[in-house]
Write a protein that binds this ligand. Structure first.
Ligand SMILES: [Zn+2]
Length: 250
């Protein structure tokens, strides 16, 4: 039964790759990624690994990007001297990984920011609010290895938005380094919610350390960002950290 499913996936992958050769290039042969790159540079925008470039991608082009990445990853597998023709396990791997990068683990680069509704603040809610732990999945831009962790957000006053988890996911689903990820998330929340205080803590496992054996399996990296009243008020900071400790979610 399981074997049947695997075969099916490989066939879909092969079909997609074939159709991709037209989608991922313009008629004159220019690769789609280069066309997108030209649009970005024409506007003098940045396109680092942790930047969102959704506004430069036109409808239908995501599939073309997946096809182009598939072709490149196939080349990587070939250079790794893996026989993807007779090894049925790797036959559809280039396509699967391309789809995983573009549509899943890095999709915070290619999809527009989720809307963040700002609700009117009601005075009795003028208290510290903690959201978390929010499970986060990211990847390091040095090795493209997973970063798996949790984020806690402290907001003062509570703006009653239910979108914190979605916006966190959107920021995290990009290759980046943890220090920059928390700052980026804090910047967006501060700009959108205009809180008087904002606190962020991220605790994560970096698989590039563990997988390569650089660090032991239990070492976690912790980063925090404090803004506004959290910066000025040590009591508020303590309250947040104490509540965070209670909200470990374990
Ligand atoms: Zn790394």
């Amino acid at each position: 039964m399981a074997r049947k499913i695997v075969t099916k996936v490989s066939k879909t992958a092969a079909a997609k790759t074939k159709s991709g050769s037209t989608q991922s290039r313009r008629d004159d042969g220019v690769p789609l990624s280069q066309i997108i790159r030209q649009r970005i540079t024409a506007r003098k925008a940045r396109f680092h690994a942790n930047d969102n470039i959704a506004e430069f991608i036109e409808p239908g082009e995501i599939e073309g990007l997946v096809d182009e990445v598939t072709q490149k990853l196939q080349g990587v597998l070939e250079s790794l001297v893996i026989d993807t023709k007779s090894d049925h396990n790797t036959r559809g791997t280039a396509y699967r990984v391309a789809k995983m990068y573009v549509n899943e683990v890095f999709n915070g680069r290619y999809t527009p920011q989720p809307s963040l509704t700002r609700f009117p603040n009601i005075s009795r809610l003028n208290e510290l609010m903690i959201i978390g732990p929010i499970a986060v999945k990211s990847a390091c831009s040095h090795h493209l290895c997973p970063i798996m962790g949790r984020v806690w957000i402290g907001v003062l006053p509570d703006k009653q938005t239910s979108k914190y988890a979605r916006i966190t996911e959107w920021v995290m689903c990009r290759p980046q380094i943890q220090e920059e990820a928390v700052v980026e998330l804090a910047n967006i929340l501060e700009e959108k919610m205009k809180p008087t205080g904002l606190a962020l803590v991220m605790e994560a496992d970096h698989f590039c350390m563990q997988w390569r054996g650089v660090k032991d399996l239990n070492s976690k990296m912790v980063n925090s960002v404090m803004r506004g009243s959290f910066l000025k008020d040590a009591n508020l900071r303590r309250e947040f950290l104490a509540l965070m400790d209670k909200n470990q979610g374990r």
